[in-house]
Structures are given as structure tokens and as C-alpha cells.
Design a protein around this ligand. Structure first.
Ligand SMILES: NC(=O)c1ccc[n+]([C@@H]2O[C@H](COP(=O)([O-])OP(=O)(O)OC[C@H]3O[C@@H](n4cnc5c(N)ncnc54)[C@H](OP(=O)(O)O)[C@@H]3O)[C@@H](O)[C@H]2O)c1
Length: 362
């Protein structure tokens, strides 16, 4: 069977580069087009990555393949839906707001950007949690008169949090969540990014708009599709967080406190996470890890450097699971989740795989 021809918009950025790595040798998706800003248009991909001082801004540890390096980059504005079967979008929200609906009239757009995350007819898919939300795409197509659709990925800080909450909600219920993040520099992208002078030897205690995103998105991801399929009812969990930036290259660490719906022991909480398999349709997808959550017994784990790349960066690593004596039925733990892999590009590829398995990708 012919592979689906995908165009990648925002191909030169950090999330875009991770898409290129994630789509290498993909069983049914072919990277058929690369797009970026007008600044990069007309250059080969390798030329577009070159900075003013001549450095090639390839960020991924595996080498850039010569076939991708030589591809011509087109401007996002010039991407024509008729040339592709689907689009992956890794641009900032303001660009996505213009560009994604134009393409979604005809082809599916799976996006790392936040522009449409909060619309009523848009699901926020994390395949092992909420595959059941995917049919909301049909409602979106009906309302907007589109042949395609927009399926945005959640904010990268929300992903690991939602994944660890899902098994706790299933077994015990969760009433409230407090979270402090220690987020990697790559999460800020290249442009404008984080300046080395500001982040080295430092912690920045504020990431604009991040906390609101985590609080709203967690409830949406963990919510339920209404019986008539017209919208999602958010989960009633209360979420409050502080998001900080730390001098780590990749992998967001989060310190989480949860108030469970009923009493449990540490062993039961650990067991719930270890045994969680996610919904069935998500299990055999090409990008799915063998386990969604790995719980460490070693109190010195998880650490971003050691744990972010477990199972190709698709796993959430958890450790330090303890009782908390302040919250009702309180527990606390630390997690690490890969922000540009599961939290962006590879999570989007996983979502495309699931939508295809559900017959929704066209
Ligand atoms: N980094 C992460 O960990 C992460 C995680 C989850 C979600 N996201 C989301 O993913 C998106 C991309 O983030 P990033 O970190 O990859 O940012 P980035 O490194 O700054 O990359 C931005 C990309 O957008 C392109 N671009 C800029 N203006 C454009 C235009 N008018 N038309 C087409 N392309 C344009 C840039 O191309 P040029 O090189 O030509 O300027 C570049 O390829 C954002 O929405 C971000 O919130 C990022």
C-alpha cells in the first residue's frame, strides 16, 4: 500500500526536527514536503538550518540524513493541500491560526501548536488516555464544512502529567492536583528560545501562559465525550501549577501532589501506574512504547538525562512515590517526560497512527 504523503510545516524548528527523526523509516507515512518561514523558503533543508555565523542548527543527536538535507524548503503559505495526504504542523500559534484551517479544509492537520486546542469541536489527543475523543473530529468537520481536520497535541508539560493521572483516576479517582515543573530549554524552541546567558546557573520561575494551559488542558484530556459527540465535558479535577525553566536541554521534570478520591497505599498507587496499559487501540501502534509509565524504586530517579529517552522518549518515568500528609488521601511523586518527543513530534505521529487505526485519517 502507498504511504501517506505528509508535509511538515515548521520543519527547521526544534519540534520540526524531532518530527523528521520520528518519521524516518515510518511504516506508512512518508515525509514528502518541508515548509518553514519565508526566510527559509527556496533553500535546501541543510541551508535553511544554517545560522548567521555558519553553524548548522541541527539539534537532534542522530545525524541528519542526506536525503532530507537536500530537500527544498517551501514557505508555509505556499503549501498546497492537493500535494499531500496530511500535514504535521510545528509552528507558533499565531502562524498556525492562519495556516492550519486553510489546509484542514482538505487534509488532516496534526499540530504541536496551541492555536485550536481550546475550541469546543477539537479533541486533545493522547492516544492511551482518550482515543474515545477522536470522533469529535467528525463534529469538527461537520461544523466547519472541512474534508480534513485539526488535531492539536497538548502542551508538552501537560502530557506527562495527564498520563500519570490517568491510571490514578481509573483506580481511585483524583480530586485535586498541585504541580511544579522544571522544564527543559528546548521547550521554548529556537525562536525566541531561551538565551544561554539567562538560563545557565539559573532557574526562571515563570513561563508565560504555560500554567493556564496545563490547568485547562489536563481537565480536557481527562474529560469525556458527550453522548451526542458534540463536545467534551472536562474532568472535574482541580489543577494548580507553577511552571519554571531550568538549565536542562530536553525532558520536563514535574513534582506532583495529588489528592485521591479514596484511600490507597503507596504500593497500590505504584501498581496502578505500572499496570496501566492505556486504551486498546493505542497499544500496538508503531510509535507506542512497551509501557507508557515506568515507576522507579530508586529514590534518585527519574532524572531527565537518564530517563527522557526511555523507549524512544515515549515513556513517562516516575519515581519518589510517597504518601502526603497534608492533602486528603494525598500522594506525591516526580515524573520526567520528553517534551519534544512524546510531548510534541512523536506524540503527534502516535496520534496520526491512532487516527488511521480508527479509520479517521482518510
Ligand atoms: N519545543 C517543544 O518542546 C514543544 C513541545 C510541544 C509543542 N511545541 C509547539 O510546537 C511549535 C513549534 O515549536 P518549536 O519549539 O519547534 O519552535 P521553533 O524552534 O522556534 O521553530 C519554529 C518553526 O516555525 C517556523 N516558522 C516561523 N514562521 C513561519 C511561517 N510564517 N510559516 C511557516 N513556518 C514558520 C520556523 O521556520 P524558520 O526556521 O524558517 O524561521 C521554524 O521552523 C510551537 O507551537 C510550540 O508551542 C513545542
Amino acid at each position: 500500500m502507498a504511504k501517506l504523503r505528509a508535509v511538515l510545516i515548521g520543519a527547521t524548528g526544534l519540534a520540526g526536527q524531532q518530527f523528521i527523526a520520528g518519521l524516518k523509516n515510518h511504516p506508512f507515512i512518508e515525509l514528502a514536503g518541508l515548509a518553514a518561514s519565508p526566510r527559509s523558503a527556496g533553500k535546501t533543508y541543510a541551508e535553511a538550518l544554517r545560522t548567521a555565523n555558519g553553524m548548522t542548527a541541527w539539534f537532534i543527536s542522530e545525524p541528519l540524513s542526506p536525503s532530507v538535507a537536500g530537500m527544498k524548503v517551501i514557505s508555509g503559505d505556499a503549501v498546497q493541500a492537493k500535494d499531500f495526504d496530511l500535514a504535521f504542523s510545528a509552528v507558533e500559534a499565531d502562524v498556525a491560526r492562519e495556516l492550519e484551517p486553510r489546509l484542514a479544509r482538505d487534509i488532516p492537520v496534526i499540530s504541536a501548536a496551541s492555536a485550536f486546542r481550546y475550541d469546543d469541536d477539537v479533541p486533545l489527543l493522547i492516544p492511551p488516555i482518550n482515543a474515545a475523543h477522536a470522533p469529535l473530529i467528525r463534529e469538527q468537520q461537520k461544523r466547519r464544512g472541512w474534508k480534513g481536520f485539526i488535531a492539536p497535541m497538548p502542551n508538552c508539560t501537560t502530557t506527562g502529567l495527564a498520563i500519570t493521572l490517568a491510571p490514578l483516576i481509573e483506580r481511585f479517582g483524583v480530586k485535586a492536583v498541585l504541580m511544579t515543573s522544571l522544564q527543559a530549554i528546548s521547550g521554548a524552541g529556537r525562536s525566541p528560545g531561551v538565551i544561554g546567558m539567562d538560563i545557565l546557573d539559573n532557574v526562571i520561575p515563570y513561563i508565560p501562559k504555560e500554567e493556564g494551559k496545563v490547568e485547562v488542558e489536563t481537565k480536557k484530556i481527562l474529560g469525556a465525550l458527550r453522548p451526542d459527540g458534540s463536545a467534551l465535558s472536562p474532568h472535574d479535577v482541580r489543577v494548580s501549577c507553577t511552571c519554571t525553566r531550568v538549565a536542562v536541554l530536553e525532558g520536563h521534570t514535574e513534582s506532583v501532589f495529588v489528592s485521591l478520591g479514596k484511600k490507597a497505599s503507596v504500593e497500590e498507587v505504584v501498581q496502578a501506574m505500572r499496570e496501566w496499559k492505556g486504551v486498546e487501540v493505542s497499544r500496538d501502534l508503531p510509535s507506542a512504547p512497551p509501557h507508557w509509565i515506568h515507576v522507579h524504586d530508586d529514590p534518585f530517579r527519574p532524572q531527565p538525562r537518564l530517563d527522557r529517552d526511555v523507549y524512544g522518549g515515549m515513556n513517562t518515568s516516575v519515581g519518589r512515590v510517597r504518601e502526603d500528609g497534608v492533602l486528603e488521601n494525598g500522594f506525591k511523586y516526580v515524573l520526567v517526560s520528553h517534551n519534544t518527543k512524546m510531548g510534541a513530534a512523536c506524540g503527534a505521529i502516535l496520534a496520526a497512527e491512532m487516527l488511521r487505526a480508527q479509520g479517521l485519517l482518510g
